[in-house]
Design a protein around this ligand. Structure first.
Ligand code: FAD
Length: 459
């Protein structure tokens, strides 16, 4: 086996890091510290040729292969024991064509890399809410964030992708070439190959008006009900998700309220600045806002506002659903379990996915739940492994309480933990069968299986 690794080291331009390397511990660490895995080697790819060599080495050497973009996968899909990690983090170059409003984004770039490159042109591609998350994993699962209501999911803005397939070839997938692959990539995760380059349609997003509004926990029912009504028909340039938040020590939080549990609405108005207050008024009217940080700011500033709250190296356990109706019973269950939010970094976020994302047909991309209005995630995040049991229990109890009100078995693949793999078919709904056929065509031996795995259809 060491011969294979030696040969790979001779072939690629990036580093091949094994257990004897002083940088091994750094190179193997992923964002969710629960996944303390020991790969045989981590290949820090510099370009497509390195990726092609790494895929071939894994396949020919009979090694399992994990693909790592930004490393944020909660189930730890960016690492593994005893196999090969194809680490794309050095492939984070982003090139912007401001005339065509298009960006070419390296397969290992983060959303921070992308925002940094597009903002000077007054442009952005729709991503998530944290800048350290990888473009790769987030996009391939769908991509839900501040701009979803007006511009759709990240996949809805993908123009093409360069993909290294299981057989080692690189192909381009788009509306014009390998259309079946392009369809599957837009929601089907890392099941179909290693994306070395994403081409995104950009949109005019410069300085936005946004930030969090804090309401008393006791007003949660009014806030959730008012939010539910308003977000169903609010102007689409308003992104706004609901969450629980234990107040951190920040300048806009009254000192005597630090550590108290609040409910928050985190807003992003990408319309005329002078209209921001008018658009926000219905949300201000649902209950008294006790603290806020609502300002004009560069979009990249909003997209990185919460980065420090969720640094690398914490413990994560998440669960998720899709929902059409946020019923009063569901709201009651949210409040019972929201009140027990165990850690300042933990929350339940309720992301709206109505608007532009719903104008794409359910069978147009692999992300099939286009009739759903919300994508809730119960995100258990804490620092001390000694607290794992209690925190995981909180997530599971919360989930069991709200799931019966969801009206759907599926959830967003990117918000799931590894013990949710039995839900993969439900996560794709009617699109699952077609995904298994595309998988059989492009990865019949399931080389890429360290993911929410779609099995290749049989013969
Ligand atoms: C703090 C935090 C905030 C988040 N916020 C959001 C959010 O706002 N919106 C949202 O939609 N999701 C969000 N997520 C979920 C996120 O989309 C997933 O965790 C996603 O998998 C992260 O992608 P990554 O590249 O960083 O992860 P990685 O761990 O690097 O990759 C995860 C998996 O994605 C696949 N993959 C990654 N890159 C590639 C590539 N180039 N080619 C092929 N396959 C690839 C592989 O299967 C890989 O195993 C968040 C996660 C965290 C931890």
């Amino acid at each position: 086996m060491s011969k294979l690794i030696d040969k790979l080291s001779d072939t690629v331009r990036g580093r091949v890091i094994t257990a004897s390397d002083p940088d091994y511990d750094d190179a193997r660490a992923v964002y969710n510290a629960m996944h303390d895995r020991k790969p045989r080697a981590i290949v820090q790819c510099m370009d497509s040729a390195d990726v092609m060599a790494a895929v071939a080495a894994g396949r020919d050497g009979g090694l399992d292969v994990a693909i790592r973009g930004g490393g944020h996968s909660v189930p730890g899909f960016g690492t593994l024991d005893d196999g090969l990690v194809i680490d794309l983090s050095k492939m984070n170059n982003v090139q912007v064509d401001p005339n065509k409003k298009v960006a070419c984004v390296g397969g290992g770039a983060t959303w921070g890399d992308t925002d940094h490159a597009t903002y000077p042109f007054g442009l952005a591609a729709p991503g998530g809410i944290i800048s350290t998350t990888g473009v790769g994993g987030l996009t391939l699962g769908g991509g839900i964030g501040y701009l979803t209501r007006s511009l759709g999911l990240s996949v809805d803005n993908l123009l093409s992708a360069d993909v290294v397939l299981a057989d080692g070839r690189q192909v381009t997938a788009s509306h014009y070439q390998n259309e079946d692959l392009f369809w599957a990539l837009r929601g089907g995760g890392g099941n179909f190959g290693v994306v070395t380059n994403f081409e995104f349609q950009l949109h005019e997003v410069g300085d936005i008006v946004g930030g969090p509004l804090f309401y008393e926990f006791e007003d949660a029912a009014a806030v959730l009900q008012g939010y539910r009504e308003y977000i169903a028909q609010a102007p689409e340039q308003l992104g706004c998700f609901f969450g629980w938040q234990i107040a951190p020590p920040l300048p806009f939080i009254p000192e005597n309220r630090v550590g108290d549990l609040f409910c928050v609405l985190v807003t992003c108005w990408n319309g005329p600045h002078e209209e921001a207050e008018k658009v926000l008024k219905p949300l201000r009217d649902v209950a008294e806002v006790k603290a806020e940080y609502f300002e004009v700011m560069p979009f990249p500033a909003l997209n990185s506002l919460f980065d420090d709250a969720v640094p690398k190296g914490m413990q994560h356990y998440w669960k998720a659903d899709f929902i059409t109706e946020l019923t009063d019973q569901a709201i009651a269950a949210h409040i019972v379990h929201g009140e027990k939010t165990p850690h300042i970094s933990s929350s339940m976020h309720l992301h709206p996915i109505n608007g532009a994302a719903q104008r794409v047909g359910a069978d147009e991309t692999a992300f099939g739940h286009r009739d759903k209005n919300f994508s809730p995630v119960i995100a258990g995040i804490w620092d001390d492994p000694a607290d794992n049991e209690a925190n995981i229990r909180w997530v599971k109890d919360y989930y069991e309480a709200i799931h019966p009100h969801s009206g759907s078995d599926g959830g967003y693949v990117n918000f799931m933990s590894s013990d949710d793999e039995h839900r993969v078919a439900a996560n794709y709904g009617a699109n699952h069968e077609r995904l298994t056929a595309v998988k059989a065509k492009y990865d019949p031996d399931n080389v890429f299986h360290i993911n929410q795995n779609i099995f290749p259809a049989k013969g």
